[in-house]
Design a protein around this ligand. Structure first.
Ligand code: HEM
Length: 247
């Protein structure tokens, strides 16, 4: 289930960003090879980001790069850059007259039309495309996995969701995006999954641009901070609470 969900969300992101897919059918096609190469690059990035780095805790050892992480990251960055450059070039070449615009198409036209100002247009396109895939793939698949696990643990919620689907979509049709607005219970399940199992409970570290005072905590300018998730309707302590999913 995990690998299927991961492929699903990766495919959705990849189609949005570059109109490529990890299709199981066309194994020998160039698209398939490119999509797999892309997936390997993203997975290697996730692996390197999550590895325990001695230099983070003992900064005086940082320069030694004892685990070789920094050199692996630099190598990966080179590989990623070459890959993205090639991809962006291909998309630029076929962009004209092509109706189905991808995120890369839109970024290229925004930089060409000077809607985005930057010293390096190529870097904006490559970095934004990679960020979207990095930020959107694992977060979404992990959340879906948690939601399904919660539904299996609460069969009454699952059968109510099935009833809703039967009423609004039926068993003969596939769910379309247009159905989503009618599926209120499903929407509530998604919100509950995000409340109970936020994929990023400790938000990404930030650095304030000016001195701040948050309640009794002072946060000097340029001080790295990691905030607790604030989007929790029940206040601190209820993330992951034991009463289970209550859509
Ligand atoms: C369940 C799904 C998701 C969760 C839980 C999630 C959570 C988060 C969190 C906590 C942040 C950090 C916000 C901050 O404090 O700066 C973030 C940032 C971001 N997310 Fe998501 N995200 C999800 C899905 C997605 C998807 C599908 C995309 C893209 C299509 C996406 C794109 C981004 C981007 C680009 C940022 C960086 C924003 C910035 O700081 O400029 N995320 N996300």
């Amino acid at each position: 289930m995990k690998s299927r969900l991961s492929d699903l969300t990766f495919n959705i992101m990849l189609r949005m960003v570059a109109n490529k897919r990890l299709s199981r059918g066309a194994v020998y096609s160039e698209d398939f090879r490119e999509a797999h190469q892309f997936k390997d690059i993203i997975e290697e990035g996730f692996l390197l980001v999550g590895v325990f780095d001695v230099g983070d805790y003992l900064p005086f050892l940082n320069w030694l790069d004892l685990q070789g992480l920094k050199s692996s990251m630099k190598k990966l960055q080179k590989k990623r850059d070459v890959f993205m450059q090639k991809l962006a070039r291909k998309i630029t070449a076929r962009s004209k007259g092509f109706n189905q615009k991808t995120l890369i198409d839109l970024l290229i036209s925004a930089t060409d039309n000077h809607e985005i100002q930057s010293d390096s247009n190529d870097d904006v396109v490559k970095a934004t495309a990679i960020s979207m895939i990095n930020a959107g793939t694992d977060t979404s698949s992990v959340t879906i996995e948690w939601a399904l696990a919660a539904l299996l643990q609460h069969p009454h919620v699952l059968s109510k969701a099935q009833e809703e689907l039967d009423t609004h979509v039926g068993r003969e049709r596939v769910i379309e995006e247009t159905h989503l607005q009618e599926l209120k219970y499903l929407q509530a399940i998604v919100k509950e999954a995000l409340r109970l199992y936020p994929a990023g409970p400790l938000l990404v570290p930030h650095e304030s641009t000016e001195d701040l005072q948050c309640w009794r905590v002072s946060c000097p300018r340029r001080n790295p901070t990691a905030g607790e998730c604030l989007g929790n309707p029940e206040g601190p302590g209820s993330v992951g609470e034991t009463h289970g999913i209550r859509p």
